[in-house]
Design a protein around this ligand. Structure first.
Ligand code: PEP
Ligand code: MN
Length: 351
């Protein structure tokens, strides 16, 4: 259920409705919008009794949300969600395109710094790098763990880049949340419901990658798990699904971008690196992603991809990444977007 407040409802009236929902035994989720605040109600199994919600002061209407996902739905929040990063111009969602780039895995401090300096010079605002890696083989490189998190924190200090990295399980989630700016939940964990719930109790943005065989609804239900716990800063990322096609590692499903924008207010990024598995396909699919309306891209970049410890064949050389930025910058205005280069700290933010 959803309580739509009147445009002129006061904070006190909104609070009173939230308190009332708690008294009814449910959980209120106030989601402020440009025009009015809507309050999502969760915790009700099936059709909840509306009680006298409609008669409370400041309430415009009470609506039944019939979709399985509620807080992720545009029914609850019409405007696009923009995830902002305090003290910088970096944002995911909205008019600006977000570019997240970096190696699949942090291998050494030198490797990570070399790549970070290249991608920062090309104007990326976000740095990615795996510290805890979900590898198909238990014998493959599993990541440097905490050491990698510390290297990335240094990278944020030096270049201003915001850090995106994956939490593999409940054990690593708190550590990742402590060191990173965005907590990534990988494709293999998209339906790890206990991990999603725990991520929902963080106060850090969560980037969820689409499971390899997840439908749009299953993908949004993963977001719903996080949001149902009170964390509304969720970013979706399409990274390809499994099909019969064998010319690429996965089949990048760009058709989910407009379909998601239609039903959800959450930002949607595209990862053409895992989506194709091939360096020569990354740039064309990155262009296509932006043309299709994605809110940005996540790409793997490596200074020596031939000797990378993971995902070398799909990693761009830094010069290719620079080309990608130039091309995306040109495509952006065609679809009403803008690619902001570099992270700037607003003068007013001070120390
Ligand atoms: C990654 O981004 O490094 C990764 C492992 O992605 P996915 O979960 O999409 O396979
Ligand atoms: Mn990878």
């Amino acid at each position: 259920m959803l309580v739509v407040m009147k445009a002129q409802a006061t904070p006190e009236e909104i609070q009173a409705v939230c308190d009332h929902i708690v008294e009814m035994g449910f959980r209120p989720h106030p989601l402020p919008g440009a025009q009015r605040t809507a309050i999502g109600i969760t915790g009700n199994q099936g059709e909840a009794n509306r009680g006298n919600l409609e008669s409370l002061s400041g309430v415009a209407e009470v609506i039944r949300v019939s979709k399985a996902y509620k807080l992720a739905s545009r029914d609850v929040k019409e405007e696009d969600t923009v995830v902002r990063f305090a003290g910088s111009n970096a944002a995911i969602g909205g008019r600006n395109l977000a570019v997240i780039a970096g190696p699949c895995s942090i291998e050494t401090r030198d490797q990570a710094f070399a790549i970070a300096s290249e991608i920062a010079a090309s104007g990326a605002q976000f740095f990615r790098g795996g510290a805890y890696k979900p590898r198909t083989s238990p014998y493959a490189f599993q990541g440097l763990g905490l050491e990698a998190l510390k290297i990335m924190a240094e990278i944020r200090d030096k270049f201003g880049l915001r850090i995106v990295t994956e939490a593999l399980d409940n054990e690593t989630l708190d550590l990742v949340a402590e060191w990173a700016d965005v907590v990534q939940i990988g494709a293999r964990n998209m339906q790890n419901f206990s991990l999603l719930k725990k991520a929902g109790r963080l106060r850090k943005p969560v980037l969820i990658k689409r499971g390899m065989s997840a439908t749009l609804e299953e993908f949004l239900m993963a977001a719903e798990y996080v949001m149902s716990e009170g964390n509304y800063e969720v970013i979706l990322c399409e990274r390809g699904v499994r099909t019969f096609a064998d010319h690429a590692r996965n089949t990048l499903d760009l058709s989910i971008v407009p379909a998601l924008h239609h039903v959800s207010h959450l930002p949607i990024l595209v990862d053409p690196s895992h989506g194709t598995g091939r360096r020569d396909s990354v740039l064309p699919m990155a262009r296509a992603a932006i043309a299709a309306g994605a809110d940005g891209v996540m790409v793997e970049v490596h200074n020596h991809p031939e000797s990378a410890l993971s995902d070398g064949p799909q990693s761009l050389y830094p010069a290719q990444f620079a080309t990608m930025m130039t091309e995306l910058e040109k495509i952006a205005p065609v679809v009403g977007r803008h690619l902001t280069r570099g992270v700037s700290v607003p003068a007013a933010a001070g120390e």
